[in-house]
Design a protein around this ligand. Structure first.
Ligand code: MOS
Length: 739
């Protein structure tokens, strides 16, 4: 439909820095999160966790706990309701290969922190106190939780890595300059502000209304349907607001089935919330051991790229992520060899965490590229420009768009890179050594199937819905903008509804694919609604049955045909329906298939390193991002800011440390699991380079949830080397390693 938008010169709502439409609800405390729904007679569950890493439960003594006034029940593996076995092949939408964990399934202890019992009481305080009175006898078995110790037990990951191409060995052997280096990254936990919680509201007819902390309400509905054998019509999952997730809510986490068990058994409403310490008892970003080998000609052209990674997984699932793929696609090279192995340990299965795989794998690649630049005496930006890849070598496909060179150039210019003295330890600010480093970033630009419904009423108000979530990314806001543009209304006449499993089908919010997937569905539903409004006018006014599209214009709540104006609300009223509505299913366009699609970035960093103390401050970051059309520069910019802050955290602070003797995470609190505070963060400058992409989707938008973190830690490591002359290859880079 090629009609004009009206009035002439109308500024499209897409591309505007609109404030969050849910901002007021959030800052005034009106937005309710999963653990905040009040309910009369609500019971509270508290989880009792295992203290050993591997073995068997001999006995759970609940007698003392059950005597505490207010305790209603203790549920364990002996008295729980029926659930599917963990060998039964139920796959949630983000599951790893293997047998998914089932809480309270049997007497096996698979990891330290495993939930072994749920105490249900009138209040959370009573439930927690009673939980402390439960005695568990174990039969312990020897455990292994160290990836370093178990690396030789690693097997090839089930996810396929790209086939080797060319001849890596001879390319490497014949190279003028080579880098051969080992890097490691630690385990990290998501730690969103909102801990996981499920409030199960038991309905009179036995159905369950559940407020859950999740990135995918329909994934949770499907999970409960399959694991408990409940009819889908008996389960409705809500997730109106999510206080951060970063991947931790992609899979249904164990508080959900525990709360459902209690509700089914007691036929009461039950809430289970996890403590901050228990936020360390499920998925996490797995540590990696990386071996990088790069070879280049004397001009700096890559003739060999080798990236071998060992990651950790649990004994019951093979968690795989794309760690090494990036090394086969970011640069032009004919001789590439990538391997990825997993070592099973007595731990819980790792889980996707913001830019899973890229965040760790790009540490190896982009630090090694810096080492290569030093070896070859070439500027690190120049080295990357020289090796720019027009095609994705893994898939042998051209990119739908790739404005990475513009990222290098505009980022370097904004940063002032040309004033850099390449010599390590050559730049100073008093007692501080100054280091300037950079790195590139890359992430996939995926699109999934999604559905949306658009409906307009007699007051001209538009309501659009889809069963996605907004995990803090700005989905509520950008969907309003996309809808307002596509129907031709003002943004404040649009309401977007999400976070309810009964809405039109949507994928998990994750992978940075929500704008391209749900946004496309919203756009198409709204375009179809606009056509329906036009049809309604033509039906009611036969003189307009045949008119040129040229003579029709839409915008700001009305359409115009040959100078006659029809307000959308009036059209609905005239149609004798309460609303006009359209629901559509959107799929990725087939024209994507011939292309590789990805977002890119270039990150420039200035660090100050205290020469005597080794303390490091990231003073300045410039992140230049190419992600297609940016729907909302404010919310998109915030995603990148958050990613940069997390990259600083990854580079210098974050690490979940394990006591391998106990097989247990030690620093499981926000006091000891270090993340940056405001005072740790200097200037962060985000810029989006112009990137036109007519292939990815009609919006031309790729999604920015994840690209912001990728490459940041490497840029910092490279800056620290430039400041100090010391390469630290074991992350995080703490001051003891720098001194
Ligand atoms: Mo993300 S790891 O897809 O929330």
């Amino acid at each position: 439909m090629n009609a004009k938008m009206f009035p002439p010169g109308r500024v499209s709502p897409v591309g505007q820095p609109l404030d969050r439409v849910d901002g007021l609800l959030k800052v005034t405390g009106q937005a309710r999160y999963a653990g905040e729904y009040p309910e009369k007679g609500l019971l509270h569950g508290s989880v009792v966790s295992s203290t050993i890493a591997r073995g068997r439960i001999i006995r759970i003594d609940t007698s003392q706990a059950l005597q505490v006034p207010g305790v209603v029940a203790v549920i364990d593996h002996l008295n729980r309701p029926h659930i599917a076995s963990y060998d039964k092949d139920y796959q949630d939408a983000d599951s790893a290969e293997g047998s998914p964990f089932r809480p309270l399934y049997n007497d096996r202890v698979l990891y330290s922190g495993q939930p072994l019992a749920l105490v249900v009481a009138d209040s959370l305080e009573v439930a927690r106190h009673a939980g402390s009175l439960i005695r568990i006898d174990y039969e312990s078995e020897a455990h292994e939780t160290s990836l370093l110790a178990a690396q030789n037990t690693a097997h090839t990951a089930p996810a396929q890595t790209p086939e080797p191409r060319g001849d890596f060995e001879s390319g490497f052997a014949g190279a003028a300059f080579t880098v051969d280096a080992h890097y490691s990254t630690p385990n990290e936990h998501h730690n969103p502000m909102e801990p996981h919680a499920s409030t199960v509201l038991y309905q009179d007819d036995g159905s369950l209304h559940i407020h859950d902390k999740t990135q995918g309400p329909q994934n949770c509905q499907d999970y409960l349907h399959k694991v408990f054998g409940l009819d889908k019509s008996k389960i409705r999952i809500f997730a109106a607001f999510v206080g951060g997730a970063f991947g931790s809510g992609l899979r249904p986490q164990y508080q959900l089935p525990l709360a459902v068990m209690a509700a089914l058994q007691l036929k009461r409403s039950v809430r289970v919330t996890l403590t901050r310490q228990q936020m360390f008892t499920f998925g996490y970003r797995p540590n990696t051991l990386q071996h990088l080998r790069l070879g280049a000609t004397k001009e700096g052209r890559l003739v060999a790229v080798g990236h071998d990674v060992i990651g950790q997984t649990s004994r019951f699932e093979d968690f795989t992520e794309h760690v090494v793929e990036w090394s086969g696609m970011l640069y032009q090279c004919d001789n590439v060899q990538l391997t990825y192995k997993l070592a099973p340990l007595d731990v819980y299965t790792p889980l996707d965490m913001r830019a899973p795989g890229a965040t760790s794998g790009m540490v190896g690649l982009e630090c090694a590229m810096d080492e290569l630049a030093c070896a070859a005496g070439i500027d690190p930006v120049q080295l990357r420009v020289l090796n720019f890849a027009e095609r994705n070598g893994n898939e042998d496909k051209p990119y739908s768009s790739k404005e990475l060179i513009a990222c290098y150039q505009q980022g370097a210019e904004r940063f002032g890179w040309n004033r850099r003295n390449p010599e390590p330890r050559s730049m100073r600010n008093g007692r501080q050594l100054v280091g300037w480093g950079m790195a590139g970033g890359v992430w996939e630009a995926m699109q999934m199937k999604a559905s949306a419904k658009a409906s307009i009423d007699a007051s001209g108000k538009l309501t659009v819905s889809s069963a996605t979530t907004d995990i803090g990314t700005g989905t509520y806001t950008v969907m309003v903008q996309i809808a307002a543009e596509a129907v031709g209304v003002k943004h404040d006449d649009v309401t977007f509804v999400l976070g309810d499993s009964s809405l039109p089908t949507a994928p998990l919010q994750g992978g940075s694919f929500t704008v391209s997937s749900v946004g496309t569905a919203v756009q198409q539903a709204c375009q179809a609604l606009r056509a329906k409004l036009l049809d309604a006018v033509r039906m009611a006014h036969p003189q307009f049955a045949v008119v040129d599209m040229e003579d029709i214009a839409f915008g700001d709540g009305y359409l115009i045909i040959q100078d006659q104006r029809f307000a959308y609300g009036d059209i609905v009223r005239e149609s004798s329906h309460d609303v006009l509505e359209v629901q559509i299913d959107a799929e990725p366009d087939e024209k994507r298939n011939a292309y590789a699609t990805a977002t890119h970035s270039a990150v420039f960093v200035e660090v100050f390193v205290d020469e005597d103390l080794g303390s490091i401050r990231v003073n300045r970051v410039v992140s230049a991002v190419a992600a297609g059309r940016v729907v909302n520069p404010k919310t998109a910019g915030s995603q990148i800011l958050g990613g940069v802050v997390w990259g600083i955290s990854q580079a210098m602070q974050e690490e979940t440390q394990t006591d391998h003797n106990l097989g247990r995470f030690m620093n499981h609190s926000l006091a000891e699991y270090h993340i940056p505070v405001n005072a740790d963060i200097g200037d962060i400058d985000v810029l989006f380079v112009e990137e036109n992409d007519e292939i990815v989707n009609e919006l031309g938008s790729k999604g920015v949830g994840e690209i912001g973190i990728v490459g940041v830690a490497s840029a910092i490591a490279n800056a620290i080397y430039h400041a100090t002359g010391k390469r630290v290859r074991e992350f995080p880079i703490t001051l003891d390693k720098v001194l």
